[in-house]
Design a protein around this ligand. Structure first.
Ligand SMILES: [Zn+2]
Length: 267
């Protein structure tokens, strides 16, 4: 499988030249099994670039896409109305997320916020609630709860004896949700995890629902993770600051890397 990062930023895209290395598009990760078989995690503004890439590749004929949402905060849904496959009658887009997924898109794509209601888009779009593991393209997708205001889901993806975990928008709770996170990260080949806060910021952002590089390296060490991808960079952290975060993390867990737009990893 191939993992590709389309948006690595959290909260809001906030471009400046000092953030051009890691990019400013918000959360979107693709896991590809073949040219026609892929899973998408989150529909932040990164999904807009991904949709353009798919259309440039001119994938002819029917296209079935599975999109899994962590939750519904803007930085995880904002790109969907501008994702080119929604305008293709040959595309089927199956969206999965926590309870309320059906309501979120019907109320996001509504006047005065957007000119076309979701039901009027040419693609066949379904919205579904996921609360148990499901099989797609030969992969097992296992949802699990994360500690975030209004709740969020992480996903463990198992395919051909390889494991990728997508766990963004989560803050240690010191309890049951930490245990669930650890259970689901066990022996992951790749862990993509929220690293939004610096250690100083974490002290004054209790309850905001985010982690630090240190939380990520601790989970990685406890779970036997092979490669850690630091994700959901704070919108105001420039490239130097994200490089510095990566360096701190590498001292604690050598195989740590900060996600950047168009980063690709073979698993
Ligand atoms: Zn977020």
């Amino acid at each position: 499988m191939k993992v590709r990062i389309w948006g690595a930023r959290g909260s809001v895209p906030c471009f400046s030249k000092k953030k051009s290395h890691f990019g400013t598009n918000t959360s979107c990760v693709e896991i590809k099994f073949s040219d026609k078989e892929r899973l998408i995690f989150d529909a932040g503004t990164g999904i807009v670039s991904m949709g353009n890439h798919l259309s440039l590749k001119n994938l002819k004929g029917e296209q079935t896409l599975y999109l899994f949402l962590s939750h519904f905060h803007w930085d995880h849904i904002q790109g969907l109305p501008f994702f080119k496959p929604v305008f293709s009658k040959d595309a089927s887009i199956h969206i999965f997320g926590k309870e309320g997924t059906e309501m979120v898109f019907s109320s996001q794509m509504i006047e005065p916020f957007y000119p076309v209601p979701i039901k009027a888009l040419p693609a066949n779009i379904t919205t579904n609630h996921i609360n148990s593991p499901m099989n797609v393209w030969g992969a097992k997708v296992i949802p699990f709860p994360l500690n975030h205001p209004q709740g969020a889901l992480g996903y463990r993806i198992e395919y051909d004896k390889r494991v990728v975990v997508y766990a963004t928008d989560t803050e240690p709770d010191g309890g049951r949700l930490d245990e669930i996170l650890l259970e689901n990260c066990k022996n992951a080949d790749i862990l993509i995890m929220d690293s939004n806060n610096s250690l100083e910021e974490a002290k004054v952002r209790v309850g905001w629902g985010h982690s630090t590089w240190k939380d990520c390296t601790e989970v990685s060490k406890k779970c036997g993770v092979k490669k850690l991808i630091l994700f959901h960079h704070d919108p105001f952290h420039d490239d130097n600051s994200v490089f510095e975060k990566e360096a701190f993390a590498q001292r604690a867990f050598r195989n740590s890397f900060s996600a950047f737009e168009e980063m690709q990893i073979d698993v």
